[in-house]
Ligand binder design. Structure first.
Ligand SMILES: [Fe+2]
Ligand SMILES: [Fe+2]
Length: 310
């Protein structure tokens, strides 16, 4: 008798919404897909610390400095949860970092843009973390257990990040004409890159088919992008910021916004290493990874000594 019992095979578990765990049998393609996605996500969290780290010493008040420091530390923590989740799939953190330094692994394009003014710190929290949350909320239900659980924790912190960014923007929009102008300028520069964070349109998205079948993904790039726009436009209106898209229009039938054309040529340029800060971001990461070598060696030596004395 050919009866399928829930949870007996890989696809059967997926179909019954049972998480796949590290020791479960899984197709090589599923493993490879997840390693690529989770390591890219981890690298993004860590590289994302750079544009903001640049502003710690220039934060306009002690309160702002404390909040920014806490937020950047959170991002480092997110990187660590995610490297650990990827390690359960059989790749080491060293190997992931090597792939990053050799240009074989990517990180989110958005972090190749510079944070030019204090308003950029607001725009990053509000728009970049805001876009990240939309994506990450849907990943809380992803099929790989360690990734899904990391997301639950990360999402709680991301909503604080989004609010701190929005608070900075609201504060500046309540200020002088120069401050308002600075806030608007930051939105003008970050809006489109934030939309690009969701990746290519569904019709041009090469990895989506399998990702849906395996329930790694449960919402398409365009669906997530639309969700982000619908949630963010009213927030901009409340504080008097203009979204820099002349074609942005409420669509009564869809109950959602239609947006203008995204400049995918810019996206390709940045992804291929020609964004304003690609080289700088990678040089910085390599430099501090090398400078931290003695810490890793010392930790390893200490671990070995403990082992010997036991
Ligand atoms: Fe994060
Ligand atoms: Fe964040």
């Amino acid at each position: 008798m050919d009866v399928l019992i829930a949870g007996t095979s890989f696809q059967d578990k997926i179909d019954h919404d049972i998480n796949i765990e590290p020791k479960d049998v899984m197709p090589d393609e599923y493993r490879t897909h997840l390693i690529r996605q989770i390591s890219q996500h981890a690298h993004s969290e860590v590289i994302g610390m750079q544009p903001e780290g640049n502003w710690i010493t220039r934060a306009p008040s002690l309160r702002a400095k404390q909040i920014l420091l806490a937020k950047i530390q959170d991002e480092g923590g997110h990187g660590l949860y995610l490297y650990s989740a990827a390690e359960t799939l059989g790749i080491s953190r060293d190997e992931m970092i090597r792939q990053l330094h050799e240009g074989k692994a990517r990180y989110s394009n958005i972090f190749n843009y510079p944070a030019l003014t204090w308003a950029d710190i607001g725009a990053i929290g509000w728009l970049v973390d805001g876009a990240a949350i939309v994506n990450q909320v849907s990943l809380q239900k992803t099929s790989y257990g360690p990734y899904a659980r990391a997301m639950v924790r990360i999402c709680k912190e991301e909503s604080f990040h989004q609010r701190q960014g929005y608070e900075i923007m609201a504060h500046m929009m309540d200020g002088t004409a120069d401050q308002k102008q600075m806030a608007q300028d930051a939105v003008n520069r970050w809006w489109w890159p934030a939309l690009m964070m969701f990746g290519p349109h569904d019709s041009d998205s090469p990895h989506s088919g399998a990702a849906f079948r395996w329930k790694i993904k449960n919402k398409s790039n365009d669906e997530l992008r639309r969700k982000f726009i619908d949630k963010t436009v009213p927030q901009a209106e409340v504080i008097g910021l203009r979204i820099p898209d002349p074609d942005l229009k409420w669509n009564e039938m869809k109950q959602s916004y239609d947006h203008g054309k995204i400049n995918w040529e810019e996206f390709r340029q940045v992804i291929n290493g020609n964004g304003p800060c690609n080289r700088q971001r990678m040089q910085h990461h390599v430099k501090y990874h090398e400078e931290g070598r003695w810490v890793r060696e010392a930790a390893e030596a200490y671990k070995n000594r403990l082992k010997q004395s036991n």
